[in-house]
Design a protein. Sequence first.
Length: 281
Amino acid sequence: MPARIAVITDSSSCLPDIVAARWAIGVVQIQLNLGGHFDDENRFDRGKVIDALRAGEVLTTSPPDPGAFFWTYQEAAAAGATAIVSIHISGRMSDTVRAARDAAQQVRIPVHVLDSRTTGMSLGFAVVSAARAAAAGADAARVIEAAERRCLTSTEFIYVDTLEYLRRGGRIGAAQAMLGTAFSIKPLLTVKDGEVAPLARVPGTRRALAKMVDLAVKKSGGFRADIAVTRFGASDHELEIGRQIERRVPAMAESMVVEASTVIGAHLGPGALGITVSPVG
């Protein structure tokens, strides 16, 4: 019997439900604690979370319980999977990988847990590539290779109104050096070596967003690439950013506007926007 590889990820991948369903990707939810209410992040109302952040309420995040991974892996095995490739948010940002590895030891079929060293749609595009390879009949090694290649070549460009939310959540990483930036100066960030890192300081929101688009276009380099614009809460900017990228990246393979996972949004803050550039092939 040919191998059937199941692909699992976590909710920080920001995959729209329709995409996860299309490629039969299992998504384990990272958890959120808001006002003593502790639950899977997809069970929280996004608008209420944004309001709570703006009001300065205490909000914390936690990796999935190993049990959530265990039952997801068990369901994949019961559905006929002979192996699992489980791809997750950077271990420098979350203990999600550790929880997945703890659960993997309890499952009767092989479970290969990958630390993507990234998050957001860089992780999401990697997971989709892995699922496509699995659907085409690839073995576990080739599925892993497909995911690792996308993780290594994808880039995150991130705009935040303020670094305060990253500071509160302890996820600021190397961007710590940008704290104290004047209010009118907007930080652009990226993900480097598995953590949030500084990219540029730009005066004003519009200039910062224009700079982010320029960086994304330059990164695409004329190669075919999947590009995602990620938002946390609707703004006046994400659709225009998408249109600009479509005009300026003629070799774009696929583009989409997606909602940031609530957990990512909780750390970046309301109004955060991101662009993911993920070369194809």
